[in-house]
Design a binder for this molecule. Structure first.
Ligand code: BEZ
Ligand code: MG
Length: 574
């Protein structure tokens, strides 16, 4: 007989498992590549509209549809429901009614959807109609795609209308596509909305670290990208400021050029030291913001506060004492490439298998990204002084690394840039601090801010995309290119082994079984793209050779056979 505790533990485990399955099932994924000039299919359009409708949009005078549904059900706060587990019946009910309303909108129109919600839940039409009218405008713009026409006009040297660059869900004003994407005014970053969201996300990040370690991290390394900060009006920048315990202040021209210190009473936690590794695109687009971040660190380092509530001051003081260096060196925290340079090259080194040991990947990251953007003791701006020792020192105190994810379209195994940056900096920290940092990512796109460890994110991405038939069948519709996308995903997943040893071995086993050991699938891939099939086998063998995966010898034999057979095939047909 099972004891009561056994049964309770089992039930808790089953519930946890169920929640994980629901999380994978509900994850929004692109089910195919965008074909230039083509409009979205109905199903994708419905999913996208549901996402758009799940956020408050004060700028359009529109409230989130799930909130209106919750109110119709007599629930006061949808935010409280959002914190409940994915299995919550209330949440399911709200999601179900919201989806049904969107379906009715897609099949009918704004009026019929608002009427249905009114008759079903007595939701005020005055409240719901603006949501559906916004969806109507977006749906129309999604249907009328001007990409090809705009390209032809651009090739003729004609004028292309400008439009903002963002994620459609973050800012539907990016539609219609086929316009000349423009960025933001860097002085407006971070916006008030970005700061409000950043507080939630950064607090969730600190809570997660605290739950796992029993204390706050003394220093964090953040990755800041340009396009992401355009899309979110500076959410990553705002997260860095909030972690330091400051907020931006606007000058007479409404430019965010000054810093206001947030009191420790308001903060209710220590000020966290942050090392910012900034992409070349960010550096080019956000020069004033680089200055703002540098100013913020300097200001926090000089606050008259005890070191156990101000880790910036603690670390800066310690560095000056131990190294005998000056304040300007000790306080340097904003690093990027040399002026005119971009990227870490860690991705190229991994893709070409050109690395002997993982430490070399972290070293390469520092070599490329160790250029300090700061000021000298006379207050003069320094734009990119090579400072590998300063960066190495700052990284040696880091206990957690982090990157904000703000798009459902591009995840950490879709492109090689996430592992080159977040993986690269994590490896650099590991070798310099002599301990692997905790590595986190946010999911700030969903209404419910979520922080996941790198390992959790890789599992989720693998289940939701790489191993999900809906995802890979969507890719395979694109033939040769689709197989190359599958291969890319596997290579990018491998990038997380190389830089952070963060990939569970079952992931490689399942990839091998799904794409190469299943004879039907193998034949399909071979027909479409033998080059990628060979690369896939080679990458899996590399995962084994470098000690990230240790499958049965039979599997390895088969992979070797594939590689050899395809070498001949490609040579003969080339
Ligand atoms: C950026 O937006 O800063 C960025 C984009 C792609 C790769 C790396 C950085
Ligand atoms: Mg690129």
């Amino acid at each position: 007989m099972k004891s009561k505790t056994d049964v309770r533990e089992r039930d808790a485990r089953v519930t946890q498992l169920f929640e994980q399955l629901v999380e994978i099932e509900q994850r929004l994924i692109p089910t195919g590549l965008h074909v230039f000039g083509n409009a979205l299919e109905l199903e994708e359009k419905t999913d996208l509209l549901r996402m758009v409708a799940s956020f408050d949009r004060p700028e359009h005078g529109v409230r989130a549809l799930p909130t209106l549904v919750a109110e119709g059900l007599g629930i006061d706060s949808y935010d409280v429901v959002l914190q409940e587990p994915a299995t919550s019946e209330t949440k399911e009910l709200i999601d179900g009614i919201t989806s049904e309303a969107i379906r009715r909108f897609c099949e009918g129109d704004a009026d019929s959807a608002a009427d249905w919600l009114h008759s079903r839940l007595n939701v005020d039409r005055q409240q719901s109609l603006p949501v559906f009218l916004l969806l109507q405008r977006i749906a129309d713009q999604l249907d009328s795609n001007h990409e090809m026409d705009a390209l032809m006009r651009a090739l003729r040297g004609e004028y292309i209308e400008p439009g903002p660059g963002a994620d459609i869900v973050q800012n539907p004003l990016v539609l219609p596509t086929g316009r000349n994407t423009h960025a933001v005014n860097p002085y407006s970053v971070p916006s008030a909305a970005a700061f409000a969201r950043a507080k939630q996300t950064a607090d969730a990040l600190l809570r997660r670290y605290f739950d796992e370690h029993g204390r706050y991290p003394r220093a964090l390394a953040l990755v800041l990208w340009g396009l992401d900060n355009i899309k979110t009006q500076g959410e990553g920048v705002a997260q860095a400021l909030w972690l330091l315990g400051v907020r931006p202040l606007r000058d007479a021209l409404n430019r965010a050029t000054e810093i206001e210190v947030i009191s420790l009473e308001e903060l209710q936690r220590p000020r966290i030291d942050v090392v910012m590794t900034v992409s070349g695109i960010f550096r080019d687009l956000f020069a004033p913001t680089m200055g703002l971040l540098d100013k913020a660190v300097r200001r926090v380092a000089t606050l008259d506060e005890a070191s156990d509530v101000n880790y910036v001051r603690q670390n800066v003081t310690q560095k000056i004492e131990v190294d005998g260096c000056g304040f300007d060196d000790a306080v340097t925290r904003v690093f990027s490439n040399a002026p005119g340079n971009y990227g870490t090259n860690v991705n190229f080194m991994v893709m070409d298998s050109q690395w002997e040991n993982a430490a070399a990947l972290g070293d390469l990251f520092v070599t490329r990204k160790c250029f300090a953007y700061t000021r000298d003791s006379g207050g003069r701006t320094i734009e990119g002084r090579e400072a590998p020792r300063l960066m190495g020192d700052a990284l040696s105190r880091v206990e957690a690394t982090y990157q904000n994810i703000d798009s459902f379209e591009v995840g950490i195994t879709d492109v090689d840039h996430y592992f080159e940056y977040l993986g690269g900096v994590s490896k650099a920290v590991e070798t310099r601090s002599k301990s692997r940092p905790a590595i986190y990512l946010s999911d700030s796109l969903s209404p419910q801010t979520k922080i996941r460890s790198l390992e959790e994110t890789i599992r989720l991405e693998t289940r939701a995309k790489t191993l999900n038939p809906k995802w890979y069948e969507g890719m395979l519709k694109h033939g040769f290119r689709g197989v190359a996308e599958i291969e890319n995903h596997v290579a990018n997943t491998f990038g997380w082994s190389a830089t952070a040893d963060a990939v569970d071995p079952w992931i490689y086993t399942d990839i091998a079984e799904t794409f190469l050991l299943d004879s039907k699938m193998f034949e399909r891939l071979r027909e479409l793209n033998p080059h990628s099939v060979r690369s896939l086998a080679k990458r899996l063998l590399e995962a084994n050779g470098r000690g990230f995966w240790n499958p049965d010898e039979e599997i390895l034999e088969r992979l070797r056979d594939i590689m050899l057979a395809f070498q001949d095939h490609i040579q003969v047909t080339a």
